[in-house]
Design a protein around this ligand. Structure first.
Ligand code: GLU
Length: 420
């Protein structure tokens, strides 16, 4: 089902701007899936970049930049492939010497930010619909006009939805009794673009248990409070290659809980959240942070919280085993309870899409305009998602889609394409 869903997705971003020397730069950035000629599975085509430079005389130079992104065996000249951010060098001439697609081929960076030589820093301006850019050398603002085709995104979602809506395989997670009773016919897809446009199809207003998708905001919050390096030192950022609740992974890596995106690391991340020792204060920090990311008020589904609290014996063992290895930085029971509560937050697909778009936009919620976290954390969290977002199946997912994404046993999947 996921493969078929991926096969129907196509997202595209276009923009153009004229630099101060009168040269026009056009760019197209996007992702889509289609069936590979050589196999029967979808291949993600977010793996090549081109910069089209329209010269004043009208002559056009096209430079394909193979980025070697995941899962793309095909040639870079295909019209199906996509372009990256245009950069100019110090002399103001279009410079395509650097890895311009770093922001779109995982591990993924925040939109249009970095360049040794390059100058463009892009931020979307909601009211005017313009993409504001700042020349990092001269500090002068320039503009890029986005041409995101909302209709195109809507069609892609509808197409993907129609392809998989009758797929009935799989089954609900039932080790948490509440989840076993969630209607399995519910299905919705929402996309939020970095201009704040939300496109949705299906059951996108239903509030389902966020479950492990909540590991993403808490990892971000821990990095926001402590800095990315300290989270790396205290928790880690490695794939375990093992199931989400693995105890063996802790024994094998007794030095680290591996990553905040598996249960052990997520409980450890909850223990880090400030103010340490203050149960309510910590919970408010997490809840407010999730709300700021998704631009909506959210709350705990009480029945889910009770159901999970009564049955989370494996997670209790994890919390105390981590304590044994000095990888819990607050009271173990308090940390576990916070983790269970955050997993019980009810969220809609639309809210999850906005959360993803806030990450894609480098920490600025594109719907509310709030600066929620520091832009440098986007590539850190998308690297974690790309590494272990689907636990031991992450490689298969990434191979097929190229998208950093995070699952939850409540049925949610959240994917991020930075800058789009
Ligand atoms: N709360 C769930 C657990 O700890 C989350 C698992 C998941 O969504 O992957 O078991």
């Amino acid at each position: 089902g996921l493969r078929r869903l991926a096969a129907g997705l196509r997202v595209e971003f276009r923009a153009a701007r004229t630099d101060r020397h009168g040269q026009q730069h056009r760019l197209v950035l996007g992702a889509h899936h289609r069936l590979c000629d050589r196999g029967r599975h979808p291949v993600h085509h977010l793996c090549h970049a081109q910069t089209l430079v329209a010269r004043p005389a009208g002559r056009r130079r096209v430079r394909p930049l193979p980025l070697g992104g995941p899962g793309c065996p095909d040639n870079p000249d295909s019209p199906d492939n996509f372009d990256g951010f245009v950069r100019t060098n110090r002399s103001g001439r279009p410079g395509v010497t650097g890895p311009i697609g770093r922001s779109i081929a995982g591990p993924i960076g925040s939109p249009g930010r970095r360049s040794e030589e390059g100058t463009t820093e892009a931020r979307f301006h909601r009211e005017s619909g313009k993409r504001e850019t700042t020349d990092q050398i001269t500090n002068k603002p320039t503009t890029m006009t986005p041409k995101i085709d909302r209709q195109h995104v809507a069609q892609a979602l509808r197409g993907a939805y129609d392809r998989v809506k009758n797929t009935t395989g799989g089954k609900n997670a039932d080790y948490i009794p509440y989840l076993a009773n969630v209607p399995s016919t519910l299905f919705g897809i929402a996309a939020c673009l970095t201009d704040g446009t939300v496109v949705a199809v299906g059951d996108t207003e239903y509030r389902f248990g966020i479950e492990s998708v909540s590991k993403v905001p808490t990892a971000l919050l821990a990095m926001q409070q402590y800095g990315a390096q300290e989270v790396l030192d205290r928790i880690g950022a490695d794939a375990t290659g093992l199931p989400f609740n693995s105890i063996i992974a802790i024994l094998l890596e007794n030095d680290h809980p591996s990553t905040p995106l598996v249960n052990a690391g997520a409980i450890s991340a909850c223990s880090l959240i400030k103010p340490v020792g203050d149960r309510d204060g910590k919970w408010q920090s997490i809840l407010r942070f999730v709300e700021a990311l998704c631009g909506a008020q959210v709350g705990v589904i009480d029945e889910l919280y009770r159901s999970e609290s009564e049955t989370n014996f494996n997670n209790r063992s994890i919390a105390w085993l981590l304590k044994n290895y000095n990888r819990i930085y607050d009271d173990p029971d308090l940390s576990l309870d916070l983790y269970t509560r955050q997993c019980s937050i009810g969220i809609t697909a639309k809210e999850l899409a906005t959360l993803a778009a806030t990450i894609a936009a480098g920490g600025r919620n594109p719907v509310t305009g709030e600066e929620v976290f520091r832009a440098e954390l986007t590539p850190k969290i998308t690297a974690m998602m790309a590494t272990v977002g689907f636990y031991e199946h992450t490689g298969d997912w990434l191979f097929n889609t190229g998208l950093p994404a995070k699952t939850g046993v409540g049925g949610g999947i959240m994917a991020v394409i930075p800058g789009v």
